[in-house]
Design a protein around this ligand. Structure first.
Ligand SMILES: [Zn+2]
Length: 348
């Protein structure tokens, strides 16, 4: 599951693809906002999101939920939400949440969350409903990221869309005709733990050689340590690779791109997406990452997708890999998306 570190986000924009659809506010709809909050393994983030996807009144505090008792964290959460709602301008249409870890099938709260064990089984939906008289939306964080990117980024109008979020951990959200695939735990599966290198390094969940162990922050820092022969943070490597003047950083991120291409090769033959987006802090490395990913993907399954597209006619025209377009607090945006859908106005 993804819980990007606080410092792990660089606010820049790529012209990631040629999507021309835009979301704008009509004069009658601009007043609607939803409160979105994103409980990550490290930080919890809160903001008011309008129907154009803009975030206002942003707050952040530490997710203090590592023990058995969630009461302090829940109190801070409710108080912060109340504070934001008290000052909200416009009509608040609901409260949406994005959860680190698996969500239960009834969408009431987290049922499996390694970094926030105090929240296991807590009915956050009931907590919100008891404290605030508003509709509530609950999503796993991978699904929230995919929803944000589908409705406000590179996934717009795509029939089967796969969004790979890459940060501290990694995993995919899948959207089919605008609806998230909630196969298990409120998402498409724990896709970050598919095995790339049997016998490779272990991840924090206990797999050996999985995508998360190789491409998550620890994987990047392990590779970087070998190449630089000193400690260096993933954030520094990603920023240097993006800038393009550090050949070692470029090489590290090409290796990560290679692994990501392998990850997507396996996921693509299961979900057959029409488009794949790379999002999260690590995707900020930009074209060097995308090119290495695309190259490895083509080597492994390019022929498969071309054959399928030839046979598939109108059903399947192949897949493409792009860099995501949403930046900044994607989890907060994704938490609010479902509540804002009736208030969006999309123009071509
Ligand atoms: Zn793993």
């Amino acid at each position: 599951m993804v819980s990007a570190r606080a410092q792990y986000s660089i606010i820049h924009h790529y012209a990631a693809n040629t999507c021309s659809t835009s979301v704008k506010l009509s004069s009658t709809m601009s007043k609607h906002v939803a409160l979105g909050f994103d409980i990550g393994g490290t930080n919890t983030k809160i903001g008011l999101v309008n129907a154009a996807g803009e975030i206002k009144d942003f707050r952040r505090f530490l997710t203090n939920a590592t023990g058995n008792d969630p009461s302090t964290f829940l109190q801070t959460l409710v108080e912060t939400i109340r504070e934001v709602l008290d000052h909200a301008q416009g009509e608040v249409v609901g409260i949406g949440m994005s959860l680190h870890g698996y969500a239960d099938d009834a969408r009431t709260g987290p049922i499996l969350c390694f970094n926030t064990p105090a929240l296991h089984g807590v009915n956050l939906r009931a907590l919100m409903e008891e404290n605030f008289d508003l509709p509530v939306s609950v999503n796993n964080d991978l699904t929230a990221h995919a929803l944000a990117e589908y409705y406000y980024g590179s996934g717009r109008g795509i029939r089967r869309f796969l969004c790979l979020a890459i940060g501290t951990g990694l995993g995919a959200g899948v959207i089919i005709n605008g609806e998230p695939l909630r196969y298990v735990g409120g998402c498409a599966g724990d896709t970050g733990h598919i095995i790339l290198e049997p016998g490779g390094p272990a991840c924090s969940s206990g797999c050996k050689g999985c995508a998360e162990a190789l491409c998550g922050v620890e994987g990047i820092e392990r590779l970087a340590h070998e190449q630089y022969e000193r400690d260096i943070t993933a954030y520094e490597v990603i920023a240097a690779a993006r800038k393009g003047d550090d050949p070692i950083a470029g090489e590290v991120m090409r290796q990560i791109g290679f692994y990501l291409g392998q990850t997507l090769a396996s996921l693509s033959v299961i979900y057959l997406p029409n488009r794949i987006a790379l999002t999260g802090g690590t995707a900020e490395a930009g074209p060097v990452l995308l090119e290495a990913c695309q190259q490895r993907f083509d080597e492994l399954v390019g022929g498969y997708h071309r054959s399928f597209a030839r046979m598939g006619g109108d059903y399947y025209a192949g897949t493409e890999i792009v860099l995501g377009q949403t930046r900044g607090e994607t989890g907060v945006l994704g938490a609010a998306v479902e509540l804002l859908l009736p208030y969006r106005e999309v123009t071509e």
